[in-house]
Design a protein around this ligand. Structure first.
Ligand code: LIP
Length: 288
């Protein structure tokens, strides 16, 4: 039984259309209407920030969803909420890569996923600085369209599919670091051990884009520990629909505290290498 069959009334293609519309509008807002000065507030640590644009982006997305599907649930990074197993729940990261956004550094995205019955049915990651929008539906494949903004001609979407993977020593591996200094110290030690044993590391600053970069072949793998569900929900569907294995670092299903994404032919040996580099010390314990 497909996820769509398990969730009548939740047509993945209709959910995707709504997610793409909302993501494009929010991406245009944060990118084209970025103010001269940002109002910045701190969250979990002194380097974990939120701006008025994060809030405005989530407000816009929530408004589009509420107009089209008022009975759905919503979980957003800034205004909260929860996953409701009895109906479609929208999982929103209004700006993933907030530090990049603060510095006007390329590499931030709007991430929107529609989830139901424990599965992600549709996901969109809009990357306005590169004019790309990644999207996927469960069983419908992963795609990337060049969508530079409201007035420019769009190229037709390109289907994403992983190619033959390089050996471990030739892999370009993306990762990220948490906001907590203690976790960052552990994560830095893993990178120090890993770096001489792979091609190189990329730290791009937004999990949603790291996941889509695996799907698009811009990196060969991505791993991280200590994320939130909104960082992962859409990008992990794009990666999986492009043929990537998406698992926890310790094995089993992925979760915000622990994610490893790469070609299925490399995931076991990459897991062994990361374990040998001490990654288990930085993995967030699974909450019951
Ligand atoms: C970010 C993640 C990234 C991680 C950053 C930060 P945010 O999310 O997408 O992978 O390394 O530390 O957590 O806070 O920009 O939404």
């Amino acid at each position: 039984m497909t996820s769509a069959e398990r969730n009548p009334g939740a047509d993945p293609d209709a959910l995707l259309d709504l997610a793409r519309d909302a993501a494009h509008a929010a991406a245009d807002l944060i990118h084209l209407r970025r103010p001269e000065s940002l109002e910045v507030h701190t969250k979990s640590t002194s380097t974990d920030h939120v701006t008025q644009m994060d809030l405005l982006s989530e407000d816009l997305i929530r408004s589009r969803i509420a107009s089209a599907r008022p009975d759905d649930a919503v979980l957003g990074e800034e205004h909260g909420g929860s996953i409701d197993p009895t109906r479609v729940t929208w999982v929103i990261d209004p700006i993933d890569g907030t530090t990049n956004y603060l510095y006007d550094h390329p590499g931030y995205a709007v991430s929107i996923a529609a989830c139901a019955g424990g599965s992600t049915l549709a996901g969109v990651v809009a990357d306005p600085t590169h004019g790309r929008t990644y999207f996927a539906t469960a069983g419908g494949g992963a795609w990337c369209e060049y969508s530079p903004g409201p007035d420019r001609v769009k190229a037709p979407p390109r289907r994403l599919a992983l190619g033959e993977p390089p050996p471990l020593a030739g892999m370009l591996v993306a990762t990220g670091f948490g906001y907590d200094p203690r976790r960052r110290a552990l994560q830095g030690r893993v990178v120090a051990e890993l770096l001489p044993r792979i091609r190189d590391i990329r730290r791009m600053g937004a999990a949603a884009l790291d996941l889509c970069s695996v799907a698009a072949g811009r990196v060969d793998a991505y791993y991280e520990a200590g994320l939130s569900i909104w960082d992962l929900a859409a990008g992990q569907l794009v990666a999986a629909e492009a043929g990537a294995a998406v698992e926890a670092l310790e094995g089993g299903p992925p979760r915000p505290g622990s994610v490893l994404v790469t070609h299925p032919l490399r995931i076991s040996e990459l897991r062994d290498l990361l374990t040998d580099c001490g990654v288990s010390h930085s993995i967030e314990p699974e909450t019951t």
